[in-house]
Every structure is written in structure tokens, then in C-alpha cells.
Design a protein. Structure first.
Ligand code: HEC
Ligand code: HEC
Ligand code: HEC
Ligand code: HEC
Ligand SMILES: [Ca+2]
Ligand SMILES: [Ca+2]
Ligand SMILES: [Ca+2]
Ligand SMILES: [Mg+2]
Lengths: 318, 318
């Protein structure tokens, strides 16, 4: 028999491999990276996107709920920014249509970066290196928040994680997974997880009710997609999260209530499929899920240009 | 005439060039870097050394006083970690004799990382990749806080900033400085700044009274070296800060009260030397000081190993 090409193999599976990012504009990505790491986009001068979406730690803060401006406790758990470009929409309830629309949110959110778009842009305008970079990229002497979110989104589009062991297996390297992992994948497919967690991101493609067979018990007040549409049918519909790098994105669920992957898989089996997995089955699914950890984005820590005498000063305690 | 060798040129000056770091043990430096960036050394899981000594921003937080655990306002301004290995002792009052002794402090400081050494080490012990790295480096199955601070100190020793324009000038490249910068350097030497700010770090070599000719007015309660020695003569003696990268380490002084370099230079002239600089003189000194910005440490953002089911969870709001 002739070996099937890797893409053909993967096409028969409900999950496709992630391809490496091919950035269109390297300078735009570099500017976006700087902005992603720049705490001067926050009122305190202390919190950057990377504070809550730590790219050393799988693009999350690994907290049940986030810490924001003045140690404000956020209402919901921070999803990873890794592979977020593949989501059908952004946020648990999908209220932002894409990464650009999303990126304006946290800067002006009083419980996150606590700033305003105007002040954030004032900071950037006061820094010659930023002025030069924006001018080169946007051919304009002024900087506006739309340019800022364009650049951040361009950077986020590069935050994909190819080359997981599972992707190697999908592409034909049959030794990339061991027996338990393979059996875990079989269980994952056959019991119906791939009904919701599918595609290259193993999620991110639809809103689904959390609590199909029995209700999910939580103290969180989040109502999911209902907050956006106001339709009763959308109550407790949440965006299906990507399971790429799920080993890194603990704790789990929109309320961060599941500390371990074992607990999350058990809850999913019972609530979403009406099925109780044995300890062995659960362990195999978890083993499979850990093969979804891909190559983390690799780049140099950005060096940010200093503020000038004209730069508005941060107000951490004011 | 025969051109003098670069080292001989520099030897006649009160300031010497910074040499590139020659790390003895690259694996130790890598581990130290990981620890420097790991927020799991804090109670909240949110604050790492890099939160307050941001290596994207000259190794400081650029705040008058730091933000610590639960948004605690610190009592004093955070100095840069860049070139801190050259200091005669660590902290404004010199209470830690070296980087290793210093590094234990913030982890257990309730207003900084808010943790305990024991819990921090428990976190590391629960993570296989850390266990392997510590074992390879220290040839022991156990991890203790001494190993943690050894590794952090080894990383910090690499945080030197060679190749500033001033160093190029010192090494013989006479075009590296322009006329105003050279005149600024001349003023810096001839008016007596180099009496305190000298050596490769342009500071860091002695404790000196802040307020020689007139007292420094501040609301800060810091008493300087007196806190360590209890001697009256040490009241308001502070470690002379390095002026390397001073363009990046705003705001200035132990209370962070001077927002600009112009203000800091003016205060130094009046209080330390009894001399009021004209606007032009001040500008030239500032121009010279900006030539002390060196090559910032360049490295990949470390990717940290995930917590396991055994890892004690952070307590951000507890
Ligand atoms: C204080 C913590 C915090 C900060 C700072 C923060 N985020 Fe978030 N981020 C969150 C939380 C919490 C959510 C989930 C909110 C929701 O779904 O309602 C989120 C959601 C997102 C999402 C959507 C991911 C998905 O799968 O739906 C993206 C993308 C994102 N943030 C990017 C950014 C960028 C870019 C910045 C900086 C401009 C930033 N974040 C700053 C906490 C933070
Ligand atoms: C009917 C749709 C559906 C099915 C079937 C389903 N899931 Fe989910 N899954 C979701 C939704 C929606 C969420 C997000 C729930 C929330 O936090 O609001 C989720 C969350 C998760 C999470 C947590 C991810 C994170 O980052 O927080 C894991 C792990 C998971 N699912 C695994 C599974 C497994 C394993 C199966 C099969 C046993 C499964 N899912 C079946 C819809 C589904
Ligand atoms: C919450 C903010 C904060 C955190 C977190 C923090 N530091 Fe600091 N650091 C400071 C402040 C403030 C000082 C000055 C304290 C003093 O002099 O009394 C300081 C001083 C230092 C110094 C002395 C520099 C000098 O010139 O005297 C070093 C070195 C240092 N820190 C390294 C670290 C390391 C390593 C970590 C992590 C283990 C760390 N810091 C975590 C705020 C912080
Ligand atoms: C008698 C000793 C002495 C002399 C002379 C002196 N300095 Fe200083 N300098 C210090 C000390 C001590 C500090 C720290 C003061 C504090 O914050 O407690 C300092 C701080 C500074 C700072 C702020 C650095 C920072 O990171 O906070 C600058 C800038 C500075 N000096 C420049 C100068 C200049 C320019 C001159 C000459 C006009 C000068 N100094 C003369 C001892 C001296
Ligand atoms: Ca989380
Ligand atoms: Ca999570
Ligand atoms: Ca400073
Ligand atoms: Mg947000």
C-alpha cells in the first residue's frame, strides 16, 4: 500500500494539526509584542497584557479569577491567548468579534488595566520610539487606539503552538503517542468530546451549553452568551475553550473551579455527556490531552523604550 | 604619537567600561532566569522578581514606590537589578551583603511577594522539571532556599550592560559622544559628581550622606544606613546608586520623588555639592548621563514548566 500523505491522514480526524504562523508584517508583530508587554498601557504602570496572559506560563495567569488594577478580583477566569486567533469570537461569551475588538477592552476595564484609551495613547505619543514605529507602519503622524489594537492583534496571531506530539501523530509519526494516549484519544472521540472540541484548536468553534445532562453548580454570576444576545436559550452557553495546551492552562472552566485536568474531564463526562468515566478511562483522556501541548511561542523579551519628561506618570495608588 | 591602548585610556578616567558577563555555569543562569520570572514564588502566584525589576524596562518598575502583594505600597523605591552585582552591598541601606543574601528577602516579605521560603520551595519541589534542574546543578535530591538564591544570584550576575556610548568613548571611539555630552562629562567630573559616582557602575561603591550642603526634604521614613548600624553618623547615609542606564530608571532617589533626570541633577548639585547648575549645564550633564545606557540583557522569554496536581495553589485573595 502507498502511504497516505500526512494531510490526508489528518483530514479523516476531527482534529487538525496547527500550522506555524506566517506573519505578514514582522514590524507590526514586533510593535504588538512591545505593546503586549508594556505596563504603561495601565493606569498603575504595573499591569500589562502579559501580567494576566503570561507567555511564560501558557498565556494565562493560572488563577481561578484574575488580579486587576488595585488587586481587583475579576469576575471570570482568564483564557489563554495562545491560538486565540482561531476562536469564532473572543471572551467566554463571545462579545468581541475578533482579537482587534477584544484588545481595547482590558485597557479601559476598571478592574483590569484601569486606564482610558485616550491616556494610553497619550503615553505612546510621548515616546519617540513608539512614534517612529507607528509612523512607519501606519504612515500617519498620529497614533490612535485602532492602531494599537491592530498591532496587538497582529502579535496575538503569531501566538500559535504547532508541533505538539498529537500533531506529529496526526501528520503520520505513529510513534509520537504511546498506547495510553492513543486509547485516550479513542475515548475522546468515541464518547463524544469531539462533538464540541474539534478543529485545529480542539475547541473555540462554537458556543455550547455548560451543563447538558445536569446543571453546573457554581457561585460565579457569569451567564455566558445570554449576556450578549439576551435570549433565554443562550443562558449558560459558553464558548467551547480550546484544549490546545490545556496542561498549562489550569485551573479550568469559566469560574476556574476545577483545579486539575482529572476533575475537568470528570465534570465534562458527567455534565456534557451523561457519562461517568472510570479512573483508568479518565487517566487515559488526561494523558491524551497532555499530548496537545505544542511548541510555545519563542521570542526575545522585548526591550521597551523609556518614558520621557512628557509622558504622563502612572497613578498606582491615586 | 602612538595611540594609547583602550584600557590605558579608560584607566585615567574615574569611570571604567563595563565588560560583558562571562557566566561560569550557563545551566545555573538559565535556572536563575526561570526563577526570576516565576510568579509561583509569590503567595498570589502573580508577582515575580520581574514584576518589580522589569527587564523590559531597565530592571525597575519605574514607580516612586513599588506595588506588592495585595497592592501593598512599598516604603522605598525599587533600584534596578542591572549591574547590581557591582554594588558593595544590596539595598539602599546595604543590609544584604550580596545578591544571594538579597534574593531571599522579597519572597518572604509580606509587602512584596508575601510568601514563605518553605512554601516557595514546596512549589518548586512539586514540579518535575525544576526537580531535574536542581538535581543536575546541586547533585542533591532536595531543593532548599539556598539553592534558589544561588541560582537567582547567578542569573543576576549576567545582568550587566556593556557597550554604552560612553564605554565606546572610554575605549577610544572619540566619535561616540557629541560635544554637549563631552562637556556634560567634563562638568560631571570637575564639579565633583565622580567623588561619589565612580567605577564601572558609576556608583554602588560607597554609602554617602544624602543632603551634604542642605537637608533633603522628604515624607519617606527611610533612615538609610542607620537602620543597619544604629550609629548616629549613619543617619541618612544611602548607598550611592549606579548611574548606568539612569535614563531608564526614573523616577529618582530612594523615595522616587524626582520624576526627571533634570530634577535629580539639580538636587544633587545643590544638596551634595552646594552648586546650582545653569539650565545649560544641567542639560549637558543630563545629555552625558544618557550616554550611560548600555546594551540591555538579551534573552528569550523563559518558558516555565507547569504546576502539577501536587503543587500548592496560589492564594491571591485569601
Ligand atoms: C487583569 C487581568 C487581565 C489583563 C490585564 C488582560 N486580560 Fe485578557 N482576559 C482576562 C480575562 C479575565 C478574560 C476573560 C473575560 C471574559 O471572557 O469575559 C480575558 C480574555 C482575553 C481574550 C479572549 C480569549 C478567549 O479565548 O476568549 C484575549 C484575546 C485577551 N484577553 C487578550 C488580552 C490583551 C491583548 C490584553 C492587554 C491589552 C489583555 N488581555 C489584558 C484577563 C486579563
Ligand atoms: C456539549 C458540548 C461539550 C462536550 C460534549 C464536551 N465539552 Fe468540554 N467544554 C465545553 C464547554 C462549553 C466548556 C466550557 C465550560 C465553562 O467553563 O463554562 C468546556 C470545557 C472543557 C474543559 C476545560 C477547558 C478550560 O480551559 O477551562 C475541558 C478540559 C474539557 N472541556 C474537556 C472535555 C472532554 C474530555 C469532553 C468529553 C468527555 C468534553 N469536554 C466534552 C463543551 C463541551
Ligand atoms: C514588590 C516589589 C518587588 C519585588 C517582587 C522584588 N523586589 Fe527587589 N527590590 C524592591 C525594592 C522596593 C527594593 C529596595 C528595597 C530597599 O532598598 O530597602 C528592592 C531591592 C532589590 C535589590 C537590591 C538592588 C540594590 O541596588 O540595592 C535586588 C538585587 C533585588 N531587589 C532583586 C530582587 C529579586 C531577585 C527578586 C525576586 C526574588 C525581587 N527583587 C523581588 C522591590 C521588589
Ligand atoms: C557626596 C556624594 C554624592 C555626590 C557628590 C553626588 N551624588 Fe548623586 N547620589 C548620591 C547618593 C547617596 C544618591 C542617592 C540619594 C537617595 O536617593 O537616597 C545619589 C543619587 C543620584 C541620582 C539618582 C539616581 C537614582 O537612580 O535614583 C542621580 C541622577 C545623581 N545622584 C547624579 C549626581 C550628579 C549629576 C552629581 C553631581 C552634580 C552627583 N550625583 C553628586 C551621592 C552623591
Ligand atoms: Ca485561569
Ligand atoms: Ca484556565
Ligand atoms: Ca529609580
Ligand atoms: Mg480582558
Amino acid at each position: 500500500a502507498i502511504a497516505a500523505p500526512a494531510t490526508a491522514l489528518a483530514a479523516n480526524e476531527p482534529i487538525q494539526p496547527i500550522e506555524a504562523a506566517k506573519p505578514k508584517n514582522a514590524d507590526m508583530v514586533e510593535l504588538g509584542k512591545m505593546l503586549f508587554f508594556d505596563p504603561r498601557l495601565s493606569k498603575s504602570g504595573f499591569i500589562s497584557c502579559n501580567s494576566c496572559h503570561n507567555l511564560s506560563m501558557g498565556g494565562t495567569d493560572n488563577l481561578p479569577t484574575s488580579i486587576g488594577h488595585k488587586w481587583h478580583e475579576g469576575p471570570i477566569s482568564a483564557p489563554t491567548v495562545l491560538n486565540s486567533s482561531m476562536n469564532l469570537a473572543q471572551f467566554w461569551d463571545g462579545r468581541a468579534k475578533d482579537l482587534k475588538e477584544q484588545a481595547g477592552g482590558p485597557i479601559a476595564n476598571p478592574g483590569e488595566m484601569g486606564f482610558t484609551h485616550e491616556l494610553a495613547v497619550d503615553v505612546l505619543r510621548s515616546i519617540p520610539e513608539y512614534r517612529t514605529r507607528f509612523k512607519q507602519l501606519f504612515r500617519s503622524d498620529k497614533i490612535d487606539i485602532g492602531m494599537v489594537t491592530d498591532a496587538i492583534a497582529a502579535f496575538e496571531e503569531t501566538l500559535v503552538t504547532p508541533d505538539s506530539r498529537f500533531d506529529k501523530w496526526l501528520k503520520g509519526d505513529k510513534k509520537a503517542l504511546n498506547q495510553a494516549e492513543l486509547e485516550g484519544y479513542k475515548l475522546f472521540k468515541e464518547s463524544g468530546c469531539t462533538g464540541c472540541h474539534n478543529g485545529a484548536a480542539v475547541g473555540g468553534g462554537s458556543f455550547q451549553k455548560f451543563g447538558v445532562h445536569e446543571p453546573y453548580k457554581t457561585t460565579s454570576k457569569a451567564e455566558g452568551r445570554f449576556a450578549v444576545t439576551g435570549k433565554d436559550a443562550d443562558r449558560f452557553m459558553f464558548k467551547v475553550p480550546t484544549l490546545r495546551n490545556v496542561e498549562l492552562t489550569y485551573p479550568y472552566f469559566h469560574d476556574g473551579a476545577a483545579a486539575t485536568l482529572e476533575e475537568a474531564v470528570d465534570t465534562m463526562g458527567r455534565l456534557q455527556l451523561g457519562r461517568t468515566f472510570s479512573k483508568e478511562e479518565n487517566a487515559k483522556i488526561v494523558a491524551f490531552l497532555k499530548t496537545l501541548t505544542g511548541k510555545q511561542p519563542e521570542f526575545k523579551l522585548p526591550i521597551l523604550p523609556p518614558s520621557t519628561n512628557e509622558t504622563p506618570r502612572p497613578k498606582p495608588f491615586g
